[in-house]
Ligand binder design. Structure first.
Ligand code: CTP
Length: 403
């Protein structure tokens, strides 16, 4: 299940150069299945046009509290009564100061004040120059807005449009999207420590070459993100990928299966759930070459002797913590044929509570997947969906099993 599907979001833009990022945010919200109604202050229209926002949200934009399109001329009431969430991005220093005092002299601030607080959350994504952000007045306002019930998101650090460097940039659209999904996600994994592996491993043959596989890490990262959004403490042990780790998730980057094994075993005792999503190389070179193998030095192509890597999932399932029944272990089965049969064999051979079977050709490098959930009670298919949606469903089912 995608937590944003059919959710009604009012996306408010106040004035700031970060308005250009609101266009991408709008697109990301719509892509995630939300119905987005854009409301802009007059200052925001100096930075980006309502036409752009209308095209991206597929809805006419509201800018004024005197808009005649609302038959009762009460856009601030109508729009907020239908909304699940008001997201103001960018929220300027001036707009936050206005909200703090309950002022309502334009449509967006009027809506924030008129929203039913019990059913419509208010989320603010601040964006401003670093001096404005660190000013005691702004920090005081942020604190007060939080205690008044608004969710004030963090800010990014780095180079700013004004040329200065520091805190105060608006978060990136995908970071805001993640935070909004978190807010809307049931917190059914609070108090759980979840340890995951993800990505491929890389087994060196010499300092520049190695054995690896085509795993992108997307499924494991999606699971880590979903677990975090559901309130768990998450530690992700990741092989080499090109992915940005989800915010709020602790990550240990490793390269080889041995490093992954060591990092995992060091954290088993503090974990409640272990999910082995990594595509661990089954073999490594017995003696990787110390220096780059030169083709001119070789009479014939080199032959490498391989030795087996430890099976991380099997070892975790044999740990004392797991044998005491205090660790819920989930593994994957990447197959190219006989999915159900092979997944059942792995369930027994590894000793996990659940195996999630998938066909390698349908998942490697892709954004979608189809899973077969296999446990002691039988199996059922989790139909094709995005990896994010499947991850959310897997974590929901794990939370259910833990209860
Ligand atoms: N796994 C692991 N350590 C390994 C090999 C696999 O932890 N050295 C885990 C994977 O993360 C996955 C599960 O075991 O959760 C099954 O992995 P898979 O590659 O499907 O199977 P293998 O055990 O490697 O067996 P085979 O290659 O014969 O299919």
């Amino acid at each position: 299940m995608n937590e944003l599907l059919n959710k009604r979001i009012v996306l408010g833009l106040s004035g700031g150069i970060a308005c250009y990022k609101a266009a991408e945010l709008c697109r990301a919200l719509v892509k995630a299945g939300a119905q987005v109604q854009v409301v802009m202050t007059q200052a925001a229209t100096q930075f980006i046009t309502p036409v752009t926002m209308q095209a991206l949200s597929n809805q006419p934009v509201f800018e004024s509290q005197w808009d005649e399109r609302a038959p009762n001329n009460m856009a601030h009431i109508n729009l907020t009564r239908q909304a699940d969430l008001i997201l103001v991005a960018p929220a300027s220093a001036d707009f936050m100061a206005k909200l703090l005092h309950g002022r309502a002299d334009d449509l967006l601030s009027l809506m924030c004040l008129a929203r039913p607080t019990a059913s419509t959350q208010l989320v603010l994504a601040p964006a401003m120059n670093r001096e404005m952000w660190s000013h005691p007045a702004t920090q005081r306002n942020v604190e007060q807005l939080r205690s008044d019930g608004a969710h004030v998101l963090g800010v990014g650090a780095g180079e700013q449009a004004c040329g200065e460097t520091g805190d105060g940039r608006m978060l990136e659209p995908l970071e805001i999207l993640q935070d909004v999904i978190s807010l809307l996600t049931p917190k059914d994994l609070v108090g759980q420590q979840i340890l995951l592996t993800a990505g491929p491993t890389f087994e060196a043959l010499d300092p520049v070459r190695g054995l690896t596989n085509r795993s992108s890490g997307k499924m494991g990262y999606a699971l880590a993100q979903s677990a975090h959004q559901r309130g768990a403490q998450v530690l992700l042990v990741s092989g080499p990928t090109h992915l940005t780790p989800p915010r709020g998730v602790r990550v240990i980057q490793v390269e080889s299966a041995l490093q992954m094994h060591q990092a995992v075993m060091a954290h088993v005792n503090e974990s409640d759930v272990f999910i082995a999503c990594a595509a661990v190389a089954d073999w490594r070179a017995t003696k990787p070459a110390e220096h780059k193998l030169k083709k001119n030095d070789q009479q014939s192509p080199p032959i490498f002797e391989l030795m087996p890597n430890p099976d991380i999932l099997a070892d975790v399932c044999k740990s004392e913590k797991a044998l005491r029944g205090q660790l819920f272990c989930v593994g994957f089965a990447a197959e190219t044929e006989n999915l159900e049969q092979n997944a059942k064999i792995k369930l027994n051979r590894k000793g996990a509570q659940v195996i999630l079977g998938n066909l390698a050709q349908n998942t490697l490098g892709r954004d979608d997947n189809t899973l077969l959930w296999v446990d002691a009670n039988g199996s059922f298919e989790m139909p094709n969906n995005t990896k994010a949606a499947l991850a959310s469903e897997v974590m929901r089912l794990i939370a259910q099993r833990l209860r």
